[in-house]
Design a protein around this ligand. Sequence first.
Ligand code: KG4
Ligand code: ZN
Length: 336
Amino acid sequence: MRILGIESSCDETAAAVVEDGRIVLSNAISTQIPIHTLYGGVVPEIASRKHIERITQVVEQGLSDAGCTLDDIDAIGVTYGPGLVGPLLVGTSFAKALAYGRDLPLIGVHHIEGHISANYIEHPDLEPPFLCLVVSGGHTHLVRVLDYGQYEILGRTVDDAAGEAFDKVARAIGLGYPGGPKIEKKALEGNPDAIAFPRAKVDEHPYDFSFSGLKSAVLNYLNGMQMKGEPVNEADVAASFQKAVVSALVDHAMMALDEFGGDKFAIAGGVASNGAFRQAMKDACEKRGVQFLCPSPILCTDNGAMIGAAAYYDYMKGRRDSWDLNATPNLKLGER
Ligand code: KG4
Ligand code: ZN
Protein backbone atom coordinates (compact mmCIF):
# COMPACT_ATOMS: atom_id res chain seq x y z
CA MET A 1 0.00 0.00 0.00
CA ARG A 2 1.53 3.30 -1.13
CA ILE A 3 0.52 6.54 0.54
CA LEU A 4 1.41 10.04 -0.60
CA GLY A 5 2.01 12.07 2.59
CA ILE A 6 1.71 15.86 2.40
CA GLU A 7 2.90 18.28 5.11
CA SER A 8 2.57 22.08 5.15
CA SER A 9 1.72 23.06 8.75
CA CYS A 10 4.59 25.51 9.31
CA ASP A 11 7.58 26.44 7.16
CA GLU A 12 8.31 23.22 5.25
CA THR A 13 6.40 22.16 2.14
CA ALA A 14 6.89 18.40 1.98
CA ALA A 15 5.63 15.36 0.10
CA ALA A 16 6.70 11.73 0.37
CA VAL A 17 5.67 8.30 -0.81
CA VAL A 18 5.64 5.67 1.95
CA GLU A 19 5.00 1.96 1.42
CA ASP A 20 3.11 -0.01 4.10
CA GLY A 21 3.73 2.71 6.69
CA ARG A 22 7.44 1.95 7.06
CA ILE A 23 9.33 2.10 3.78
CA VAL A 24 10.19 5.58 2.51
CA LEU A 25 10.32 5.66 -1.29
CA SER A 26 10.84 9.43 -1.41
CA ASN A 27 10.93 12.39 0.96
CA ALA A 28 10.84 15.74 -0.87
CA ILE A 29 11.16 18.79 1.40
CA SER A 30 11.22 22.44 0.39
CA THR A 31 12.17 24.55 3.39
CA GLN A 32 11.31 28.23 3.75
CA ILE A 33 13.94 28.83 6.44
CA PRO A 34 16.07 31.24 4.32
CA ILE A 35 13.03 33.47 3.77
CA HIS A 36 11.86 33.56 7.39
CA THR A 37 15.42 34.08 8.63
CA LEU A 38 15.17 37.61 7.23
CA TYR A 39 12.37 38.33 9.73
CA GLY A 40 13.76 36.43 12.73
CA GLY A 41 10.90 33.89 12.74
CA VAL A 42 8.06 32.39 10.69
CA VAL A 43 5.76 35.02 9.14
CA PRO A 44 2.47 33.11 8.67
CA GLU A 45 1.24 35.07 5.64
CA ILE A 46 4.52 34.65 3.80
CA ALA A 47 4.56 30.96 4.73
CA SER A 48 1.09 30.48 3.20
CA ARG A 49 2.10 32.15 -0.04
CA LYS A 50 5.30 30.12 -0.34
CA HIS A 51 3.37 26.87 0.24
CA ILE A 52 1.02 27.84 -2.60
CA GLU A 53 3.97 28.58 -4.88
CA ARG A 54 5.77 25.34 -4.12
CA ILE A 55 3.29 22.61 -3.34
CA THR A 56 2.67 21.42 -6.91
CA GLN A 57 6.39 21.11 -7.59
CA VAL A 58 7.09 19.40 -4.27
CA VAL A 59 4.35 16.80 -4.80
CA GLU A 60 5.61 16.14 -8.34
CA GLN A 61 9.11 15.75 -6.92
CA GLY A 62 7.89 13.37 -4.20
CA LEU A 63 6.23 11.20 -6.84
CA SER A 64 9.12 11.24 -9.32
CA ASP A 65 11.80 10.56 -6.65
CA ALA A 66 9.78 7.45 -5.73
CA GLY A 67 9.60 6.43 -9.38
CA CYS A 68 5.82 6.72 -9.15
CA THR A 69 2.95 8.46 -10.83
CA LEU A 70 -0.42 9.06 -9.21
CA ASP A 71 -1.51 5.72 -10.73
CA ASP A 72 0.77 3.97 -8.19
CA ILE A 73 -0.72 5.80 -5.18
CA ASP A 74 -3.40 4.10 -3.07
CA ALA A 75 -4.29 6.92 -0.66
CA ILE A 76 -3.40 10.49 0.29
CA GLY A 77 -2.50 11.55 3.83
CA VAL A 78 -2.28 15.21 4.82
CA THR A 79 -1.55 17.19 7.97
CA TYR A 80 -4.76 19.07 8.85
CA GLY A 81 -3.67 20.35 12.31
CA PRO A 82 -2.32 21.66 14.57
CA GLY A 83 -0.27 24.43 13.00
CA LEU A 84 -0.66 27.75 11.19
CA VAL A 85 -4.09 28.01 9.59
CA GLY A 86 -3.00 29.44 6.22
CA PRO A 87 -0.21 26.91 5.65
CA LEU A 88 -2.50 24.04 6.77
CA LEU A 89 -5.18 25.22 4.39
CA VAL A 90 -2.81 24.99 1.43
CA GLY A 91 -1.91 21.33 2.15
CA THR A 92 -5.45 20.20 2.98
CA SER A 93 -6.96 21.94 -0.07
CA PHE A 94 -4.32 20.48 -2.35
CA ALA A 95 -4.73 16.98 -0.90
CA LYS A 96 -8.51 17.14 -1.14
CA ALA A 97 -8.41 18.27 -4.77
CA LEU A 98 -5.94 15.54 -5.67
CA ALA A 99 -7.87 12.82 -3.84
CA TYR A 100 -11.16 13.97 -5.38
CA GLY A 101 -9.70 14.20 -8.87
CA ARG A 102 -8.14 10.73 -8.67
CA ASP A 103 -10.90 9.13 -6.59
CA LEU A 104 -8.43 8.19 -3.83
CA PRO A 105 -9.08 7.79 -0.10
CA LEU A 106 -8.18 10.91 1.92
CA ILE A 107 -6.73 10.64 5.44
CA GLY A 108 -6.32 13.71 7.67
CA VAL A 109 -3.29 13.34 9.94
CA HIS A 110 -2.52 14.99 13.28
CA HIS A 111 0.91 16.65 13.03
CA ILE A 112 2.16 15.26 16.37
CA GLU A 113 0.99 11.78 15.42
CA GLY A 114 3.16 12.28 12.33
CA HIS A 115 6.20 13.17 14.43
CA ILE A 116 5.68 10.10 16.65
CA SER A 117 5.26 7.88 13.56
CA ALA A 118 8.69 8.92 12.23
CA ASN A 119 9.91 6.31 14.73
CA TYR A 120 8.04 3.54 12.86
CA ILE A 121 10.02 4.40 9.75
CA GLU A 122 13.36 4.45 11.50
CA HIS A 123 12.73 1.33 13.60
CA PRO A 124 10.91 -1.24 11.45
CA ASP A 125 10.26 -3.56 14.41
CA LEU A 126 8.85 -0.90 16.71
CA GLU A 127 5.31 -1.60 17.90
CA PRO A 128 3.27 0.19 20.57
CA PRO A 129 3.12 0.45 23.54
CA PHE A 130 6.01 2.83 24.23
CA LEU A 131 6.63 6.22 25.79
CA CYS A 132 7.42 9.18 23.53
CA LEU A 133 8.60 12.72 24.13
CA VAL A 134 7.62 15.01 21.25
CA VAL A 135 9.66 18.20 21.25
CA SER A 136 9.29 20.69 18.43
CA GLY A 137 8.85 24.39 17.76
CA GLY A 138 5.16 24.27 18.59
CA HIS A 139 4.83 21.29 20.96
CA THR A 140 6.33 19.66 24.01
CA HIS A 141 4.26 16.55 24.75
CA LEU A 142 5.10 13.57 26.92
CA VAL A 143 2.92 10.78 25.54
CA ARG A 144 2.09 7.15 26.26
CA VAL A 145 1.57 5.52 22.89
CA LEU A 146 -0.89 2.80 23.91
CA ASP A 147 -1.60 1.51 20.40
CA TYR A 148 -1.46 2.85 16.85
CA GLY A 149 -3.48 6.07 16.93
CA GLN A 150 -4.19 5.75 20.65
CA TYR A 151 -2.44 8.15 22.98
CA GLU A 152 -2.47 9.26 26.58
CA ILE A 153 -0.89 12.67 27.12
CA LEU A 154 0.96 12.66 30.45
CA GLY A 155 2.25 16.22 30.26
CA ARG A 156 2.76 19.17 27.99
CA THR A 157 4.24 22.64 28.16
CA VAL A 158 2.24 25.24 30.05
CA ASP A 159 3.92 28.09 28.13
CA ASP A 160 6.67 27.99 25.49
CA ALA A 161 7.52 24.83 23.57
CA ALA A 162 11.13 23.61 23.90
CA GLY A 163 11.95 24.57 20.29
CA GLU A 164 10.35 27.97 20.81
CA ALA A 165 12.66 28.55 23.80
CA PHE A 166 15.66 27.65 21.61
CA ASP A 167 14.43 30.09 18.95
CA LYS A 168 13.84 32.96 21.43
CA VAL A 169 17.15 32.55 23.24
CA ALA A 170 19.02 32.34 19.93
CA ARG A 171 17.45 35.61 18.89
CA ALA A 172 18.45 37.23 22.21
CA ILE A 173 22.10 36.25 21.79
CA GLY A 174 22.09 37.32 18.16
CA LEU A 175 22.27 33.90 16.50
CA GLY A 176 19.11 34.28 14.39
CA TYR A 177 16.43 31.84 13.19
CA PRO A 178 16.02 28.88 13.53
CA GLY A 179 17.55 28.87 16.97
CA GLY A 180 17.88 25.15 17.68
CA PRO A 181 20.66 24.20 15.26
CA LYS A 182 22.46 27.51 15.85
CA ILE A 183 22.46 27.13 19.63
CA GLU A 184 23.58 23.52 19.31
CA LYS A 185 26.56 24.60 17.19
CA LYS A 186 27.48 27.53 19.43
CA ALA A 187 27.16 25.36 22.56
CA LEU A 188 29.97 23.11 21.30
CA GLU A 189 32.42 25.93 22.04
CA GLY A 190 30.96 26.77 25.47
CA ASN A 191 30.93 25.48 29.03
CA PRO A 192 27.53 24.00 29.99
CA ASP A 193 28.28 24.59 33.68
CA ALA A 194 29.29 28.25 33.28
CA ILE A 195 25.87 29.69 34.24
CA ALA A 196 23.32 28.04 36.52
CA PHE A 197 20.00 28.62 34.75
CA PRO A 198 16.85 27.37 36.55
CA ARG A 199 15.11 24.07 35.70
CA ALA A 200 11.46 24.94 36.01
CA LYS A 201 8.98 22.55 37.61
CA VAL A 202 5.20 22.74 37.49
CA ASP A 203 4.37 21.64 41.04
CA GLU A 204 0.74 20.52 40.66
CA HIS A 205 1.41 18.65 37.41
CA PRO A 206 4.84 17.03 37.59
CA TYR A 207 4.73 15.87 33.94
CA ASP A 208 4.06 19.36 32.58
CA PHE A 209 6.88 21.52 31.28
CA SER A 210 7.57 25.25 31.57
CA PHE A 211 10.25 27.01 29.56
CA SER A 212 9.29 30.67 29.77
CA GLY A 213 11.01 31.10 33.17
CA LEU A 214 14.23 29.73 31.73
CA LYS A 215 13.96 32.04 28.73
CA SER A 216 13.41 35.03 31.12
CA ALA A 217 16.41 33.95 33.22
CA VAL A 218 18.59 34.05 30.09
CA LEU A 219 17.24 37.49 29.13
CA ASN A 220 17.80 38.77 32.71
CA TYR A 221 21.33 37.42 32.67
CA LEU A 222 22.06 39.19 29.35
CA ASN A 223 20.57 42.48 30.64
CA GLY A 224 22.51 42.22 33.90
CA MET A 225 25.79 41.71 32.07
CA GLN A 226 25.03 44.62 29.77
CA MET A 227 24.25 46.92 32.72
CA LYS A 228 27.49 45.94 34.43
CA GLY A 229 29.31 46.60 31.16
CA GLU A 230 30.67 43.05 31.18
CA PRO A 231 31.14 41.05 27.97
CA VAL A 232 28.81 38.09 27.37
CA ASN A 233 30.28 34.75 26.37
CA GLU A 234 27.57 33.61 23.91
CA ALA A 235 28.94 30.08 23.72
CA ASP A 236 28.66 29.68 27.52
CA VAL A 237 25.10 31.06 27.46
CA ALA A 238 24.16 28.68 24.62
CA ALA A 239 25.76 25.66 26.34
CA SER A 240 24.28 26.45 29.76
CA PHE A 241 20.80 27.12 28.33
CA GLN A 242 20.91 23.90 26.26
CA LYS A 243 21.94 21.93 29.34
CA ALA A 244 18.99 23.35 31.32
CA VAL A 245 16.49 22.42 28.58
CA VAL A 246 17.97 18.96 28.07
CA SER A 247 17.99 18.15 31.77
CA ALA A 248 14.33 19.24 32.16
CA LEU A 249 13.37 17.02 29.22
CA VAL A 250 15.40 14.02 30.39
CA ASP A 251 14.15 14.33 34.00
CA HIS A 252 10.52 14.27 32.89
CA ALA A 253 11.16 11.36 30.56
CA MET A 254 12.83 9.29 33.29
CA MET A 255 10.09 10.12 35.79
CA ALA A 256 7.55 8.71 33.31
CA LEU A 257 9.67 5.58 32.79
CA ASP A 258 9.91 5.07 36.56
CA GLU A 259 6.15 5.38 36.99
CA PHE A 260 4.85 3.62 33.88
CA GLY A 261 7.68 1.21 33.13
CA GLY A 262 8.05 -0.24 29.65
CA ASP A 263 11.14 -1.22 27.74
CA LYS A 264 11.22 1.46 25.01
CA PHE A 265 11.43 5.23 25.00
CA ALA A 266 11.22 7.29 21.79
CA ILE A 267 11.76 10.95 21.00
CA ALA A 268 10.42 12.96 18.06
CA GLY A 269 10.09 16.49 16.65
CA GLY A 270 12.61 19.11 15.53
CA VAL A 271 14.37 19.38 18.91
CA ALA A 272 14.93 15.59 18.83
CA SER A 273 17.60 16.25 16.19
CA ASN A 274 19.71 17.96 18.91
CA GLY A 275 22.85 15.90 19.53
CA ALA A 276 23.19 16.78 23.23
CA PHE A 277 19.56 15.81 23.86
CA ARG A 278 19.88 12.54 21.95
CA GLN A 279 23.04 11.60 23.84
CA ALA A 280 21.58 12.48 27.27
CA MET A 281 18.43 10.46 26.56
CA LYS A 282 20.46 7.52 25.27
CA ASP A 283 22.65 7.51 28.40
CA ALA A 284 19.68 7.80 30.77
CA CYS A 285 17.74 5.03 28.99
CA GLU A 286 20.75 2.70 28.82
CA LYS A 287 21.32 3.16 32.55
CA ARG A 288 17.82 1.76 33.11
CA GLY A 289 18.19 -1.00 30.52
CA VAL A 290 15.55 0.64 28.34
CA GLN A 291 15.80 0.77 24.54
CA PHE A 292 16.17 4.34 23.30
CA LEU A 293 14.69 5.20 19.89
CA CYS A 294 15.05 8.30 17.78
CA PRO A 295 14.47 9.07 14.11
CA SER A 296 17.33 10.35 11.90
CA PRO A 297 17.53 14.16 12.08
CA ILE A 298 15.84 14.55 8.65
CA LEU A 299 12.82 12.63 9.98
CA CYS A 300 12.75 14.70 13.21
CA THR A 301 12.07 18.06 11.57
CA ASP A 302 8.90 18.44 9.51
CA ASN A 303 8.60 16.05 6.55
CA GLY A 304 6.04 14.21 4.46
CA ALA A 305 7.28 10.69 5.21
CA MET A 306 6.13 10.86 8.84
CA ILE A 307 2.68 11.92 7.59
CA GLY A 308 2.59 9.00 5.15
CA ALA A 309 3.51 6.61 7.98
CA ALA A 310 0.86 7.98 10.36
CA ALA A 311 -1.75 7.96 7.57
CA TYR A 312 -1.08 4.27 6.92
CA TYR A 313 -1.97 3.25 10.49
CA ASP A 314 -4.98 5.58 10.48
CA TYR A 315 -6.08 3.99 7.21
CA MET A 316 -5.67 0.48 8.64
CA LYS A 317 -7.91 1.54 11.54
CA GLY A 318 -10.56 2.57 9.03
CA ARG A 319 -10.09 6.31 8.94
CA ARG A 320 -11.40 7.99 5.78
CA ASP A 321 -12.03 11.70 5.55
CA SER A 322 -14.59 13.40 3.39
CA TRP A 323 -14.39 16.54 1.31
CA ASP A 324 -15.24 18.71 4.31
CA LEU A 325 -11.87 17.95 5.99
CA ASN A 326 -10.68 21.35 7.16
CA ALA A 327 -7.49 22.94 8.44
CA THR A 328 -7.75 22.79 12.25
CA PRO A 329 -5.05 24.97 13.86
CA ASN A 330 -5.77 23.86 17.45
CA LEU A 331 -6.44 20.17 16.81
CA LYS A 332 -5.88 18.08 19.96
CA LEU A 333 -4.02 14.76 19.84
CA GLY A 334 -6.44 11.84 19.80
CA GLU A 335 -9.38 14.08 18.77
CA ARG A 336 -11.32 13.01 15.72
O1 KG4 B 1 9.29 19.69 14.21
P1 KG4 B 1 9.70 20.99 13.65
O2 KG4 B 1 10.42 21.02 12.34
O3 KG4 B 1 8.46 21.94 13.47
C1 KG4 B 1 7.42 22.00 14.41
O4 KG4 B 1 6.54 21.12 14.39
O5 KG4 B 1 7.48 22.94 15.23
O6 KG4 B 1 10.57 21.72 14.77
C2 KG4 B 1 11.17 22.96 14.57
C3 KG4 B 1 11.81 23.37 15.88
C4 KG4 B 1 12.38 24.78 15.87
O7 KG4 B 1 11.98 25.45 17.05
C5 KG4 B 1 13.89 24.54 15.85
O8 KG4 B 1 14.63 25.56 16.48
C6 KG4 B 1 14.00 23.23 16.62
O9 KG4 B 1 12.88 22.48 16.20
N1 KG4 B 1 15.22 22.52 16.28
C7 KG4 B 1 16.20 22.26 17.16
C8 KG4 B 1 17.25 21.66 16.41
N2 KG4 B 1 16.85 21.56 15.12
C9 KG4 B 1 15.59 22.10 15.04
N3 KG4 B 1 16.30 22.49 18.47
C10 KG4 B 1 17.44 22.13 19.08
N4 KG4 B 1 18.49 21.58 18.45
C11 KG4 B 1 18.45 21.31 17.12
N5 KG4 B 1 19.48 20.76 16.50
ZN1 ZN C 1 6.60 19.59 13.44
